[in-house]
Design a protein around this ligand. Structure first.
Ligand code: BGC
Length: 261
């Protein structure tokens, strides 16, 4: 993975939240390949976190772990300060950390509702706030990419709080794009469809359900983390300098698929 001289993100520092697994780890790997130094946020400093860092380092990445619960505003502010202290700069924020809890609307508990909104919606907002404050103080612009979901548009029965969080993330993204443009900061969402990651562990364990899901995806397969990561790298690159306030769907056509027999 050693970065080449033509690496698009050489010299830049990227914070990827929820980086211990799944899409976050795939994004960190890709951004490192493009030359970025990686501040990898993990929720806990456990074996999985160390393994993720080791995987990146073994592939040639410059990667440091930062522990924080993104749902905790003080934690988030402290983490952003620690990254700028350690790396001297922060150019890119990838708001990837996210959770989902399955429950019918009549059964959703207050605790699950609050947890999903705190991690998926409140966290990205206050991370963006801390990111923008440090960028302004440094006199630099930057890039914010939120990992949203097709469910920022598409209803998902049994996942109402998750849909609320992703729909909200769409409007936070659009609003911040306007507010942060004068600071030279672009803000965009990448909205994955069904990607093969641990968030889908339950579904992946049921072949019939996977088959039914794949049947609804025009490109005929589930996505992989690198399908998402390449789009994040593009949005972080100079080629995307005039893109802000938009969502790129990475879903194999799932969102707009409808057919009648
Ligand atoms: C969810 C997955 C789901 C996919 C497609 C994602 O946002 O995290 O659980 O399979 O959307 O519905």
């Amino acid at each position: 993975m050693t970065a080449t001289a033509s690496a698009r993100l050489a010299g830049q520092v990227a914070l990827v939240t929820g980086g211990a697994q799944g899409i976050g780890l795939g994004i960190a790997e890709r951004l490192a390949r493009e030359g970025a130094r990686i501040a990898l946020n993990v929720h806990k400093l456990d074996g999985r976190a160390h393994a993720a860092r080791q995987q990146l380092v073994d592939a040639g990445a410059d990667c440091e772990l930062f522990v924080a619960d993104v749902a905790d505003v003080a934690n988030v502010q402290h983490m952003v300060a620690a990254i700028t202290a350690s790396h001297g700069r922060l150019d890119l924020l990838v708001n990837n950390a996210g959770i989902e809890r399955r429950a019918g609307a009549l059964d959703v508990s207050e605790a699950d509702y609050d947890a999903v909104i705190a991690t998926n919606l409140k966290g990205p907002f206050f991370l963006a706030q801390a990111f923008a404050a440090q960028a302004r103080a440094a006199g630099r612009g930057g890039r914010i990419v939120n990992i949203s979901s097709v469910h920022e548009e598409l209803p998902f029965p049994h996942f109402a709080p998750y849909c609320a969080s992703k729909g909200g993330l769409k409007m936070i993204m659009r609003t911040l794009a306007l507010e942060l443009a004068p600071l030279g900061i672009t803000v965009n969402n990448v909205a994955p469809g069904a990607i093969r990651t641990p968030i889908n562990a339950q579904l992946l364990a049921q072949p019939q359900q996977v088959e039914a899901l794949v049947g609804q995806i025009p490109l005929g397969r589930m996505g992989e983390p690198d399908d998402v990561a390449g789009v994040v790298a593009f949005l972080a690159s100079d080629d995307a300098r005039y893109i802000t306030g938009t969502t790129v769907f990475v879903d194999g056509g799932l969102l707009w698929n409808y057919s009648e027999q």
